[in-house]
Design a protein around this ligand. Structure first.
Ligand code: 1HE
Length: 264
C-alpha cells in the first residue's frame, strides 16, 4: 500500500458552479468511519491531488458518527520503530489537511473521538451539530495519541482539559464542547453539513492568497516570539495586498461596489 492507493471508504464530490467546493466523505459507516491505514493514505492522497478548481473543502462522515478514531482492528503489535512510523504516517496525512491547498471545514456529528478528533483538529473550521461528542479513549485503551493530537488539541482546548480527558475518559457533549473550544459553530442536530457547506461557499469567495496566508502564515506567526511575529506579519501583509485581486477588491469597496461589514 502506498500514498497513491485510493480507498472505497473515502469519497470526493465537487460542488458549486465553478466546482470550487470539495466535499470529502468518510464512508465506512459499518465501522463508524474508523480510520484504517488505507483511509489515512487515501486522505493524504486526496489532499495532495485536489483539482485546481477547488477553493474550500468540507469533510464529513457517513452514518451516525463523524469518526470513531483509529481502526483498533489494525492495531497489531509493533516494535517501537514501527509504532513511530505509523504515527508519522498519520502526521504526514493530517499535515496535508492542515497545510494543504485550501481551507477545510469539518462537519461534526456523533462520535468525534480519538483519531477522529485528531482529524477534526487538523481542519480550519469545525461545525458541530447537537449530537456531537468528543473523547480521547486512548487513555483507557493503554495507548497515546499518535495523529498529532498532543500538538493540535491543546491549541483548541488547553493542556489541562486534554490531560483530564485522557486521564479520566471524560466525554464532552456538543454544547460543553463548543464552550471548551472544540468547535467554532454549534447547530441543531442534522444541520452541520449544510452549515459547513454554506461556510465553505463563503470561504471560497476570498482571495486565494488571503486564505493561503490564514492557513500557512497565521499559525506560524502565532508560534513566533512577538518581535518575529510582527516582522513575518508585515511580509505576509505586503505580499497579499500586492496581489492584483486585492487591489481590485479594495477599489470595489471604495467605489461602493462591495459589501459593507454588517452584523446581520
Ligand atoms: C470499530 C471502531 C474502531 C467502532 N476501530 N472498529 N477509538 C475508540 O476507542 C472508539 C471505539 N468505538 C466506540 O466507542 C463506539 O464504536 C462508538 C461510540 C464510536 C460508536 O458506538 P456504536 O454503538 O454506534 O457502534 P458499535 O456497535 O460500537 O460499533 C459498530 C462496529 O464498528 C463494530 O464492529 P462490528 O463488526 O462488531 O459491527 C465495532 O467494533 C466497530 N468499531 N469503532 C475498529 N475505533 C493515531 S492514534 C489514534 C488513536 C485512537 O484513535 S484510539 C481511539 C480508538
Amino acid at each position: 500500500m502506498n500514498a497513491h492507493t485510493p480507498s472505497p471508504d473515502l469519497q470526493l464530490e465537487l460542488r458549486g458552479d465553478q466546482q470550487d467546493i470539495a466535499v470529502i466523505r468518510l464512508s465506512r459507516p459499518a465501522k463508524r468511519n474508523a480510520l484504517n491505514d488505507g483511509l489515512i493514505l487515501a486522505l493524504r492522497n486526496m489532499f495532495e491531488t485536489l483539482p485546481a478548481t477547488v477553493r474550500a473543502a468540507v469533510i464529513h462522515g457517513e452514518g451516525a458518527h463523524f469518526c470513531a478514531g483509529l481502526d483498533l482492528g489494525e492495531l497489531q503489535e509493533r516494535d517501537a520503530g514501527q509504532g513511530m512510523m505509523h504515527s508519522r504516517m498519520w502526521h504526514a496525512a493530517l499535515e496535508c489537511v492542515q497545510h494543504g491547498p485550501v481551507p477545510v471545514i469539518a462537519a461534526l456529528h456523533g462520535a468525534v473521538v480519538g483519531g477522529g478528533l485528531e482529524l477534526a483538529s487538523a481542519c480550519h473550521i469545525r461545525v458541530a451539530d447537537a449530537s456531537a461528542f468528543y473523547a480521547l479513549p486512548e487513555g483507557s485503551r493503554g495507548i497515546f495519541v499518535g495523529g498529532g493530537g498532543s500538538v493540535r488539541i491543546p491549541k483548541l482546548i488547553g493542556v489541562a482539559r486534554m490531560t483530564d480527558m485522557m486521564l479520566t475518559g471524560r466525554v464532552y457533549n456538543a454544547q460543553d464542547g463548543e464552550h471548551a473550544g472544540f468547535a467554532q459553530y454549534l447547530v441543531p442536530e442534522g444541520q452541520a453539513f449544510d452549515k459547513a457547506l454554506a461556510l465553505a461557499a463563503r470561504v471560497a469567495q476570498n482571495a486565494p492568497l488571503t486564505n493561503y496566508a490564514l492557513m500557512h502564515a497565521l499559525p506560524r506567526i502565532a508560534e513566533q516570539p512577538a518581535d518575529q511575529g510582527f516582522f513575518t506579519e508585515s511580509l505576509m501583509a505586503a505580499i497579499v495586498q500586492n496581489a492584483p485581486e486585492a487591489k481590485e477588491r479594495v477599489k470595489a469597496f471604495l467605489e461602493g461596489r462591495a459589501n459593507k461589514v454588517s452584523k446581520d
